[in-house]
Design a protein around this ligand. Structure first.
Ligand code: NCD
Length: 298
């Protein structure tokens, strides 16, 4: 009844959530009227929090919100006590926290479902469902596509969830990143052990032959030395030159926020699909909330 890691859902379950999201696009229902979602964000968020709130409203739910700066956290209340209290105020929790494992801990403490909107550098499963939804929308499939992931693969939780899902769905994965920001070997070993996939690791920026590029920002807040983050970020920007020779139907995705990793000129090209991707956050999160709430009813 929780969604903490992308490993919590199998291919069939993901497909049924994506199918449900398809039906929810541009709809408002009264399906969950009378139910309440608590959005607990202990870390900054624009899209994840707002689209969870919008999704809940579109399902007829009410939203209670929590702003870390103005709550009893400031008085020193523990995370554990906060969860134990909030579970009595709502029917489902969507949360984000800077510590890895915090969402799992909340789900163990809580009697109501918990959805992880990002726990440190660990997981961001609902973003991955949005990413898969967007790929399926533009490409009609995921299996067999050539998907490149570029940027801070070491610290980006969106990548840690997405790479697993792409492997599960049989995409060919190309990992492109500056030295030192590679995906941890534990992730690679896990997906190579579980799925039969083609995987390439490179620091060379070449998008020829790719169907999809997924870019992520340098996750400055997760660096021990922010100056190092800035210097890498300055060297790694996708420009119009990089788009020469790409497939005609190539698409670029990004979970956003983007800082300077994509030249803004690219926003106006046919390749850029990241704003559409952000909009799909609403139907996909409507589907996730419905799916989890239905599961507790049955
Ligand atoms: C991401 C996150 O918080 O992990 N944002 C999002 O949810 N769309 C990406 C990021 O912060 O780089």
């Amino acid at each position: 009844m929780n969604l903490i890691s992308i490993r919590d859902v199998d291919k069939n379950e993901i497909e049924s959530i994506l199918d449900l999201a398809e039906k929810m696009e541009n709809k408002s229902t009264k399906d969950l009227e009378g139910k309440i979602i608590a959005t607990l964000f202990f870390e900054p968020s624009t899209r994840t929090k707002l689209s969870f709130q919008s999704a809940a409203e579109r399902l007829g739910m009410k939203v209670i919100d929590f702003i870390a700066e103005t709550t009893s956290l400031k008085k020193g209340e523990s995370f554990i006590d906060t969860i134990k209290v909030v579970e009595g105020y709502a029917d489902i929790i969507a949360m984000r926290h800077p510590k890895e494992g915090s969402a799992r801990l909340a789900s163990q403490l809580s009697k109501i479902p918990v959805v992880n909107g990002g726990d440190g550098a660990n997981q961001h499963p609902t973003q991955t469902l949005i990413d898969l939804y967007t790929i399926r929308k533009y490409k009609g499939k995921i299996n067999g596509l050539n998907v490149g992931l570029i940027g801070d693969l070491k610290h980006a939780r969106t990548v840690h969830s997405l790479v697993y899902a792409l492997a599960m769905f049989g995409a060919n994965i190309k990992l492109i990143c500056p030295k030192g920001l590679e995906l941890d070997s534990a992730h690679l070993e896990e997906i190579q052990g579980k799925f039969n996939i083609t995987l390439e690791h490179t620091s060379e920026v070449d998008f020829k032959g790719l169907d999809v590029l997924y870019a992520v920002r340098i996750q400055k807040e997760r660096f021990a030395d922010p100056y190092e983050a800035n210097s890498i970020a300055a060297k790694y920007q996708i420009t119009m030159n990089n788009l020469e020779g790409v497939k005609d139907d190539f698409i670029i995705l990004h979970p956003l926020p983007k800082i300077n990793e994509i030249d803004p000129e690219i926003d106006d090209t046919k390749y850029a699909k990241y704003f559409e991707q952000a909009h799909f956050g609403v139907p996909v999160r409507m589907a996730v909330i419905s799916h989890l709430m239905k599961r507790i009813e049955t």
